[in-house]
Structures are given as structure tokens and as C-alpha cells.
Design a binder for this molecule. Structure first.
Ligand code: ATP
Length: 243
């Protein structure tokens, strides 16, 4: 693809004898939001770890045309490939505001994007929590801080690992409402098990099962195949309407 920001061709990842991802083909173009859906153990996190050069892979994964394994994790972040990992990983001993400021170094001179004040506008619940320590936040508040910190880094491509994980439906709805706003300016690759939430955000997506791509399509096409998706995801997923 000519203008793909991220281009994955025939990528595979193994942990010893375990083949976690097999022969994955996936692209994210400028201005696109792409979802990777799958059940526990399907290979979603491993895919993000390969994209950020945290694990070795076979095949090709290019960000802006450069093979990510040759660029390396830290330089990829400096170039604007910003990863919000599963489990948020915010700093418990730092305040909300200090956590948000931690996004600034990864800006590496990029202008535009979100300021810390923009993040407070995006996530109003964080305003009153500005001085609260990270360890005293709820899961939803931590997720808002983790996404906010990533936005302060002025991502050129934002990678999100299960932003809905462990959150109540009403909190999932709030986080995804904000992500839909972010999507107007920032391309994303979002890994999820929550089909309902992510299909309202993405342009298109793929479903992984046992590390293999088993279904792909536009959000509308995937939305029309919910029974098939739910069977691959091994669960009835929450619909945002329940929130
Ligand atoms: P989850 O939603 O549970 O995080 P996932 O779709 O992100 O699942 P991965 O974490 O990528 O899946 O795991 C894919 C496969 O690789 C699983 O079989 C898992 O047990 C295995 N795996 C993941 N990390 C390792 C590791 N460090 N060593 C060995 N096997 C691993």
C-alpha cells in the first residue's frame, strides 16, 4: 500500500514452541482507525509488542517505510509510534498531572496534538483528580491518564491495548466517547475484545484466532457478522447500549 503508515506483511511471532502470531497482513493508513479483535490468547498483545519492536518477529513490519526491528522501541516512540499497553502502567507515586507531563519527552520536537489542558478537556473527570496519586485512581481513571499521557506525546500512530479491559460499561462508554474524538485527528490501531465498543470507533478491523487472521472487513461488514465475531471471541460481548 502506497501511503500506509504501518504495513505488516507476513509477520509471525513465536515464544519458543508457541506460535503466538502467524503470517499476519495488516495496514493502517494515515487517518485510519483499525481494530484487532480476538479472545484471550489470540495474539493481540503480541501483535502490538512486535509492532513496537519489543519481541522479535519473522516477516516484515514497517512504520513510515522503516523496518521496526531495525529502528528499535525507543526510537519508534520518538518518531511518534505511541503505545498504551494493557494494564495502563501509569506511575503510582506521581500525581495525575505529573503522569500526563511524562508524555512530553516522547514528543521529540513534534508540534500540534494534545496539550495537557486539552487532555483535561477530553477527560473532564481528571480535572478534580489533578493532584491525586496514580495508585489512588480507579481503573477507568487510570485508563484516562494512560491515554492522556500518550496524547501529550503527540502520537502519529496510537496503539491501544484493550482500553476497555476491566472497566464497567459506563466507563467504557466514556473512554470510547473520548477515543472517537481523538480519532478525528489521530490514526489508531486498537486491540480489543469488546466488539461493540470498538466497532463504533474503527473504520475496519481483523479478527485473530490462535494467532491467525480469520475475518476482516469494514466496521459495517464486521457489525453485520456479530454472531460469527462473538463465536471467535468466545463470549457474548457487552453492547454500548447497556452502558
Ligand atoms: P490477552 O487478551 O489474554 O492478553 P492476547 O490476544 O493479547 O490475549 P497474547 O498475549 O498475544 O494474546 O498471547 C498469544 C499467545 O502467546 C498465547 O498462547 C500466550 O499464552 C502466548 N504467550 C504470550 N506471551 C508469552 C510469553 N512471554 N512466553 C510464552 N508464551 C507467551
Amino acid at each position: 500500500m502506497d501511503d500506509a503508515m504501518l504495513e505488516i506483511r507476513g509477520a509471525s511471532v513465536s515464544y519458543g514452541a508457541v506460535r503466538a502470531v502467524s503470517d499476519l497482513d495488516l495496514t493502517v493508513g494515515a487517518g485510519e482507525v483499525v481494530a484487532v479483535l480476538g479472545a484471550n490468547g489470540a495474539g493481540k498483545t503480541t501483535t502490538l509488542r512486535a509492532i513496537t519492536a519489543l519481541v522479535p518477529y519473522a516477516g516484515s513490519i514497517r512504520f513510515d517505510g522503516d523496518e521496526v526491528s531495525a529502528v528499535g522501541t525507543e526510537e519508534l516512540a520518538r518518531r511518534g509510534l505511541i503505545h498504551v499497553p494493557e494494564g495502563r502502567h501509569i506511575f503510582g507515586s506521581l500525581s495525575v498531572h505529573e503522569n500526563l507531563l511524562m508524555g512530553l519527552p516522547a514528543r521529540a520536537g513534534r508540534t500540534g496534538g494534545y496539550t495537557v489542558d486539552d487532555v483535561y478537556d477530553l477527560f473532564p473527570p481528571l480535572v478534580a483528580l489533578r493532584n491525586r496519586s496514580g495508585w489512588a485512581l480507579s481503573g477507568g481513571e487510570q485508563q484516562m491518564v494512560a491515554v492522556g499521557r500518550a496524547l501529550v506525546a503527540a502520537p502519529r500512530l496510537l496503539l491501544l491495548d484493550e482500553p476497555s479491559l476491566g472497566l464497567a460499561p459506563i466507563v467504557v462508554a466514556a473512554v470510547y466517547r473520548a477515543l472517537r474524538e481523538v480519532a478525528k485527528t489521530t490514526p489508531m490501531l486498537v486491540v480489543e475484545q469488546n466488539t461493540g465498543a470498538v466497532l463504533d470507533l474503527c473504520d475496519r478491523g481483523v479478527v485473530l484466532a490462535d494467532g491467525r487472521q480469520v475475518v476482516e472487513g469494514t466496521a459495517a461488514e464486521l457489525g453485520g457478522r456479530r454472531d460469527l465475531l462473538d463465536s471467535y471471541l468466545g463470549q457474548r460481548v457487552l453492547d454500548e447500549a447497556e452502558a
